[in-house]
Ligand binder design. Structure first.
Ligand code: PMP
Length: 290
């Protein structure tokens, strides 16, 4: 892996116990996939990392180009052709108080490994999800647009999902509208004015602005579907014709039920299947790195 400028075996890469990333979740990160050695949307991920860092007043000691290059080097150094990258920037080691300005230098590291967020069979049959009782962070408390190292909000929802026998939970925002799942954005297909339209929550709903989400919006529009970003309620989920999630680790995965209520006929719908195929074709055709 790459850490603070050097490539090292993972066992030799260490982070201080005084690092505020460890002590307080004070830092930001990106999860990025690579396919055939090419890094999907690398430039966009690095740009989002810089935006998150800026939001928490973390000055990264690298340029975006340097971190893109470091990411490519880390991928090249690993024997994997397809995999998952974790790009992390912590506040760095400091004193035991909260003051981030007493941490002289951020710690930046890049892991290239593999990930399987959900079992492969669920991409054919669909995922069961529940509505979480854990509200998504209020944007005025900690904006969900910051991809910070503080994932406890999502982890609590994940625990609730697992306790209830499923793998994923929909999180609602303080106004009761759909925000996102614990690590994925939400899409629905519903009929409007006689046409099947894709719906996903707006930026103001308080979710991470997903890079996969934006890719899928583009693929859907190219396939001739209208995509509407508007507030969604639990009712919209319960009565959707199709329901799927997007995320770097998840890619595009169908949802077959929510809170035990079956979506459509319980199998992935035609638009979901079309978009999964379009996503796979985009990868097969060359993996855009921009
Ligand atoms: N929401 C959250 C909370 C996430 O952690 C992720 C994964 N990064 C997403 C949405 C999906 O975003 P992306 O497609 O950029 O990976």
């Amino acid at each position: 892996m790459w850490i603070d400028g050097d490539l090292k075996p993972a066992a030799e890469a260490t982070v201080s116990v005084f690092d505020h990333g460890v002590l307080y979740g004070d830092g930001v990160f990106e999860g990025i996939r690579f396919y055939g050695g090419r890094v999907l949307k690398l430039r966009t991920h690095v740009a989002r990392l810089f935006e998150s860092a800026r939001a928490i007043r973390l000055a990264l000691p690298y340029t975006p180009e340097q971190l893109e290059e470091a990411t490519r080097r880390t991928v090249a150094k690993n024997a994997l052709s397809d995999g998952y990258i974790r790009l992390v920037a912590t506040r760095g080691a400091g004193t035991l108080g909260l003051n981030p300005f007493q941490c002289p230098r951020p710690c930046v590291y890049i892991i290239a490994a593999s990930i399987q967020l959900y079992p492969a069979s669920l991409y054919e049959t669909g995922l069961e999800v529940v509505s979480s009782s854990v509200m998504r962070n209020h944007p005025q408390a900690l904006s969900p647009r910051i991809k910070s190292l503080n994932y406890l909000n999502n982890i609590l929802a994940k625990i609730e999902a697992i306790d209830r026998g499923v793998l994923e939970a929909v999180m609602y925002n303080p106004t009761g509208h759909v925000a996102e799942c614990t690590g994925d954005n939400v899409f629905l297909v519903r009929e409007r004015d006689g046409e099947r339209v894709l719906f996903t929550p707006p930026l103001s709903a308080g979710a991470l602005e997903g890079i996969t989400m934006n890719l899928v919006i583009r693929l859907a529009q190219e396939a001739g579907f209208a995509v509407v970003r508007e507030n969604l309620t639990r009712h919209d989920l319960y009565t959707a014709e199709e329901f799927f999630l997007t995320g770097t680790a998840a890619e595009v995965i169908p949802v077959k039920s929510i809170d035990g209520r079956v979506i459509g006929d319980g199998s992935p719908g035609p638009i979901t299947r079309k978009l999964i195929a379009a996503f796979r074709k985009l990868i097969a055709d060359g993996v855009p790195e921009d």
